[in-house]
Design a protein around this ligand. Structure first.
Ligand code: ADP
Length: 501
């Protein structure tokens, strides 16, 4: 099987499949220029077969400092540009991403592993933040506030916070950049972006697009760094005097480190951290809708998104029906394999470490009494990082899988006596990003959604993300909202002016 895949797909598994060669970039982008190849390089692998895609230059400590200085130098002029002109840059970026959608999707699949259709979806999702914030830029209004004194007037208006640092993960190599950068540009901020070490190629292709579109030099800087320097560079970002804000998407563990480091400069933060998403299926749910919702919310990107379902609470009366339809649909409508194969619905995990974690979580659950209803195997026949789409039944609070963000294609089912039990279990965690509830009774859905201690709830849907959604969590899932009418606030400060009459 592997041999057949390899022969047919070999030519599509390299950067040769990218049509627009100028999008293949492998060095840091600072002040509108791609630096030359440096001494320190790091490899970027294809998660499907661990083959080398490219060697990328790791930005040196001095060049990181140069990027900070450069973005700070660019800030005064950019912050004074009109909202209309920034809206026009954003609109052009939206159009350019869409016109390069096929190549960008291939790059995402090559370095992240997700199926091409998902990558194409990501490019459109990524572009939509530029479209959205092109519209928001011109509506950054302020207030005239009545003063206590008849001889004074108070004006409060919003100014860009300053140059910002953007740290992004590998699971959405493009969209996690644009969701932050769209708001930053709309507000008038300049930026230095560090993409994840696993996925710098999409980010650098985006840098080329910024250049082509004419984004002013210094407004967007992209600084890839090797894994062994990530901690040092993260500290540089947090402790920099030039950057006024850090926006981070990643694990809660790293979020805490960054928060502590940012304390040295009282830096504003947005944190989009891990979740442990509950998915509640009430006995009066439309079972088919709930199963479809679960397949979307659990298995998309092979379970490697922060809003992916982690714990499925099913009322006992419908457990058997729900589970048998889930098995049936997964068997019928999914196919595991290399993301570049258009017939594949689910790709590999990002790397061997991720696979090891998923394997451990399943083994731990099984050793404590969980039952595998589907899958449960490391698919070595497909490659080193493939894991079956898996259903675990009889999951309980003793198991590590219940408490840890799985980040893999394993659905863990917890049977509950009633909805009150489901809600109390759902909320019994330190994190709260997304949650889902399925019932035909909308009053019930609304009241459950109010009781769920999460930042976002999907009612009778497993797909919640879009540019209009205020995206973000509560508790240790972080703070700040991305996208929506709130996203731009994260990149502004309110300036108050009191005028004596
Ligand atoms: P994940 O498990 O999804 O990789 P991480 O939180 O480890 O989540 O990584 C998310 C992003 O944070 C990546 O770009 C990674 O390089 C970066 N990162 C990891 N550790 C640090 C750190 N100590 N300081 C700054 N950035 C970090």
């Amino acid at each position: 099987m592997l041999k057949r895949f390899s022969r047919r797909l070999l030519s599509t598994q390299t950067l040769d499949s990218i049509k627009e060669k100028k999008l293949i970039r492998t060095s840091p982008f600072i002040n509108g220029v791609f630096l030359g190849e440096g001494n320190e390089i790091f490899p970027v692998f294809n998660p499907y077969n661990q083959s080398l895609l490219a060697n990328v230059t790791s930005t040196t400590t001095d060049d990181i400092l140069f990027a900070f200085k450069n973005t700070a130098d660019a800030f005064p002029e950019f912050s004074r540009t009109t909202a209309r002109s920034r809206a026009s840059i954003l609109r052009n970026l939206n159009d350019a991403l869409l016109s390069h959608a096929d190549d960008l999707a291939k790059l995402i699949t090559l370095e992240n592993g997700k199926p091409l259709a998902d990558s194409l979806g990501e490019v459109k999702y990524a572009a939509s933040f530029f479209e959205w914030f092109s519209e928001e830029a011109t509506r950054l209004n302020g207030f005239i506030i009545p003063s206590a004194s008849s001889e004074k007037r108070i004006a409060a208006y919003r100014k860009p916070i300053g140059p910002v640092g953007i740290l992004t993960p590998w699971n959405f190599p493009l969209a996690m950049i644009t969701r932050k950068l769209g708001a930053a540009i709309a507000a008038g901020c300049t930026s230095v972006i560090k993409p994840a070490t696993e996925t710098p190629l999409t980010a650098l292709a985006f840098a080329q697009i910024c250049k082509d579109v004419g984004v002013p030099s210094g407004v967007v800087n992209i600084v890839p760094v090797s894994e062994n320097r990530v901690k040092e560079v993260g500290k540089q970002f947090c402790e920099s005097s030039e950057l006024r804000k850090i926006s981070f998407t990643g694990s809660t563990e790293v979020g805490k480190i960054l928060m502590a480091q940012c304390a040295t400069k009282i830096k504003k933060l947005s944190m989009e951290l891990g979740g442990n998403a509950p998915f509640i299926v009430c006995k009066d749910a439309d079972i088919e809708k709930a199963v479809d919702g679960l397949i979307a919310a659990k298995f998309r990107s092979s379970g490697q998104t922060c809003v992916c379902v982690n714990r499925i609470f099913v009322e006992k009366d419908i457990h058997d029906e729900f589970v048998s339809l889930l098995i049936q649909k997964l068997k019928k409508s999914t196919r595991l394999g290399p993301g570049m194969d258009p017939t594949v619905s689910h790709g590999p995990l990002i790397h061997k470490k991720a696979l090891k974690k998923v394997k451990y979580l399943v083994e731990d659950a099984v050793s404590k009494g969980s039952k595998i209803l589907l899958g449960g195997n490391h698919r070595v026949d497909l490659g080193k990082t493939f894991y079956d789409l898996t259903i675990l039944d009889n999951v309980n609070t003793d198991m590590d899988i219940y408490h840890n963000e799985i980040f893999g294609p394993v659905a863990s089912i917890v049977t509950v006596e009633n909805i009150q039990e489901a809600i109390s279990l759902a909320n019994n965690t330190d994190v709260g990003l997304a949650g889902y509830v399925f019932s035909k009774n909308y009053d019930k859905c609304m009241s459950i959604s109010e009781e769920m201690d999460v930042g976002m709830v999907g009612i009778n849907t497993g797909l919640i993300s879009e540019a209009a959604l205020p995206f973000g969590g509560v508790k240790q899932s972080g703070f700040g909202r991305e996208g929506s009418i709130f996203g731009i606030d994260e990149y502004t400060i309110v300036k108050s002016v009191v005028v004596g009459m």
